[in-house]
Design a protein around this ligand. Sequence first.
Ligand code: HSE
Length: 399
Amino acid sequence: MKAAVMGYGTIGSGVVEVLEQNREVIATRVGEEIEITYVLDLRDFEGEPIQKKIVHDYKVIAEDDSVQIVVETMGGVEPAYTFVKAMLLAGKHVATSNKALVAVKGAELLALAKEKNVNFMFEASVGGGIPIIRPLNSCLTADVIEEITGIVNGTTNYMMTKMTTEGLEFADVLKDAQAKGYAEKDPTADIEGYDACRKIAILTSLVCGRQVDYEDIPTQGITGISAVDIKYAKAMGLAIKLLATSKKTFDSYAVMVAPFLLSPSHPLYSVQDVFNAIFVHGNMLGDAMFYGSGAGKLPTASAVVADVVEMAKNVGHNIPVEWQPTKLELADPAQMEYRYFVRAAAERAEVEEVFGKVAYVEAEGVTGEVGFVTDSMSGADYEKKAAALPGVIQMIRVA
Ligand code: HSE
């Protein structure tokens, strides 16, 4: 069976490596070998073995009827969208790792795949190598999914782990993450939470069957987290993690991305370093956790190739995925109730006047401010109270 790869970067080259290294076992599972015929890239890879497969025009792939499966690992919405659409229109199956593309165009590309009786798969777009898309689409279809909460960004989880274990400041940890190749030169998408936001938008779209626009999701990254916050977290025996969370309300989902304080009893507390984990609660299933390598070349390529195998086993058959283009109006996450850890340059009497009884926290060596945890209240109530307390420095929700 002939396949093509669009984008020979980290993940695309990983896909070629996985197909080569596991050639035999994959051939056994599919029933025939999968051969990469073309690799689309702007570069020539002069002198490298891949050079003979390189093409620079996506139409070469689209117009070759012998190619049945195409992998898109270019990233970004354009030109990936134009190329993927052309492949589907040409009757080819497409697997992608591109969360930006899936979050924005997922519903449309799934509909097109259905129309052309092929498949559009995107297991690697969330959680890297961790199976989560296929479990949601096929194993958990008996349930109403009431909650999905995940650590879905490896870079920021690595940074939070490092800040906790080594007591370092954000900027130093970021430099370390960049030196290790976890964080990009421009780390904005990871540290501002945009990457996690697109991933929770995809997961929520899949469980509600409608379009969740990532722009509607309140998103806060980890750039505001300091070594002092970590000191307080340690004093409370809690860990700060960037969570992407989606909870069912009466007729919608309340979705947000933000740093949270987790207690050791929380299922995501022990997820360290670049690992990802996704907690799912179904109304029949109860709780389930998906944990593993959420980023990186081979784990992500493993998920892409698993899609390739699934598509190769389903030539001539569209596997239905419930994700309609109709937009879901998200519920306001400010209605969700949490306890709040707050730091303020204020007196205890001022704090109590606004918040009533709170639990104070002392952090080693921190002076000139007060740290406390409020009772449980809605985000809207918290905002009202916080506006009445001068000198609020920080607020982190306690999950
Ligand atoms: N930048 C992403 C992360 C890559 O750190 O998790 C995987 O989507």
